[in-house]
Design a protein around this ligand. Sequence first.
Ligand SMILES: [Zn+2]
Ligand SMILES: [Zn+2]
Length: 362
Amino acid sequence: MRERRGPFTLEEVHLGALRPDEVLVRIEATGLCHTDIAVRDGEMPSPLPAVLGHEGAGYVAAIGDSVTGLAVGDPVVLTYLSCGECRECRTGVPSACVQLGGLCFGGARPDGSHALHGSCGDVLHDRFFGQSSFATYAIANQRNIVKVRPDAPIRSLGPLGCGIMTGAGTVWNALKAGPGSSLAVYGAGAVGLSAVMAARVAGASSIIAIDVVASRLSLARELGATHTVNGGEGDVVSAVRRIVPDGTDFAVDTTGREAVVQNALLALRQCGALALVAAAQPELSLDMFNLLAGCKTICGVIEGGGAAHLLIPRILDLHMSGRFPFDRMLRFYTPEQINDAVRDSVNGNTIKPVICFGQNAA
Ligand SMILES: [Zn+2]
Ligand SMILES: [Zn+2]
């Protein structure tokens, strides 16, 4: 990505030598996430030009001298990078790492060096989410690599490292939705549909998906939603309360839009909890009386909360036993088609595009 709002361009670039704690990964496939598009559009502070991509999956091609627990040939999923040293990292919540922003969006290693250079030796920002995996090879840190079971279909696994984990972890780790609970999911994209699948696994009895795209709502039903509401057809709060008259125990907002968050709050029951996983606007105005008198909770959740090293294998095991069919959301593209993938994601035709770099290219 050379410039704001520009296209992705295919270029040959140079990878530097591995540091002792780094790992070279031969990328098989990488999911396209809204955050990649947000960087293109300048909504995120990441510098350009850069190699983006942060839902990579592939095989370990080489390891640095101090890397433990990984070997050449291991199938791996790449995820966000955390520092490993702050209080949140040390207590098992690297998703809340205080250095996450700089490590994932800084465009360089913490010391300012780059693992990538352009073909003329020019600076190319890299280390996006500690990976920059829209590439045939990526250099990641051992901390943001998760080894996965070898029998899983590698080209489908990249989105586990961000979007899918965000939806599932929010339901399990942050909201802790349990058997018999009710949960509303606002926005039936990859994150929202993952929340739907996670709520079904958790035994929620009412799972309500809200979106304005009819095809996404029908997929939500197939993936576990017990009810759907078309947000473009009438008052959403009334529609949710017709299904669950007291309101929902839990809600997940994946849209980051003020009007949707306001609806989610009003449709919560007493002592209900709302998790926000996206921010499309810088500020939010809320009905404070409803929040206070309802004894409600609103929390922000990054990457599903908790630890990717626990979440990713858990979701994958469920997937392999048929209980978390996230592959239903995927559509595969070649690297040459990456700008088509962006277009299909923005216009809603594809829920989760995946760019294939390996032998299994679409
Ligand atoms: Zn993402
Ligand atoms: Zn940390």
